[in-house]
Design a protein. Structure first.
Length: 263
């Protein structure tokens, strides 16, 4: 037989478990969102690096035309540094791992692998275009920027690379938004479950505690007015059942005493 304390503890434990589930699920999604923030940051930076590489390649071409070798060497190093940063980020986006978070490549963070196959496929498209552009940049550098075909290829395919990167960023953004919606759904369901627990607890408390107490009150009033035919029902709760039995014994004892007095 259940006790009042045990009955109330069930509702309390259920509510605590619900709060714990909300906390755990929220923390998991927030941690995932931290990764999403990193992914959106570095993938967005790829767009900037794409434009930066083309600009630096054109600057190198312009300097080469003017035959300023010392200045060309400076800009070649800048271009190679930009290419290295772009490729490092792209490797991390493709497979996960350490990703540079600043232009100097002095700070790194752990980058998760693509969250969905769709994102992975899109990054693979970016990588495919990048390999071709990188090969042509390497040719341009090797030729001291006299290879016009390589320069034309870089200029003509730059927008294709940028467009595919934009698609990858959008897919990552949609994935991040889905997690926010998921967290909203979880919290809404948790609120609904909490309301159900509260309503269920109120109904059960009324049925098993409040109603029996009202019956005891009515029984006591009836006995005080000499009406001894009021029999209390038993209860599932130990304390209420014991009190009900005591009241019934008191009623029976009172009846017996009244019968002895009347003889």
């Amino acid at each position: 037989m259940r006790t009042i304390l045990g009955y109330n503890m069930r509702s309390f434990v259920a509510f605590i478990c619900l709060l714990a589930a909300i906390l755990v699920s929220t923390n998991i999604i927030i941690e995932k969102q931290k990764d999403d923030g990193l992914l959106l940051n570095v993938s967005g930076r790829q767009r900037m690096l794409t434009q930066k590489m083309v600009k630096e390649a054109l600057i190198c071409f312009n300097i080469a035309v003017r035959h300023k070798q010392d200045e060309l060497e400076i800009w070649k190093k800048e271009l190679l540094s930009t290419m290295e940063l772009f490729q490092s980020i792209l490797y991390a986006l493709e497979d996960g791992g350490k990703v540079p978070v600043n232009l100097q490549m002095s700070e790194f963070r752990e980058c998760p692998p693509p969250a969905t196959k769709e994102i992975a496929d899109q990054i693979a498209k970016v990588f495919f275009i990048w390999v071709s552009i990188k090969n042509n940049i390497d040719k341009a550098i090797y030729s001291e920027f006299t290879d016009i075909d390589s320069m034309n290829y870089i200029i003509n395919n730059n927008m294709s690379l940028l467009e595919e990167i934009d698609k990858a960023v959008l897919l990552m953004q949609y994935n991040a938004e889905r997690k926010v919606k998921l967290m909203s759904k979880i919290q809404t369901m948790a609120i609904g479950a909490g309301v159900i627990i509260v309503i269920f607890s109120i109904v059960m408390i009324k049925t098993n505690i409040v109603d029996p107490i009202q019956d005891f009150t009515e029984a006591a009033e009836s006995m005080s007015m000499g009406k001894l035919d009021y029999k209390l029902k038993s209860s599932e709760l130990k304390e209420i059942a014991a009190l009900s039995q005591s009241m019934n014994r008191l009623r029976i004892s009172t009846i017996k005493v009244m019968e002895m007095v009347n003889r």
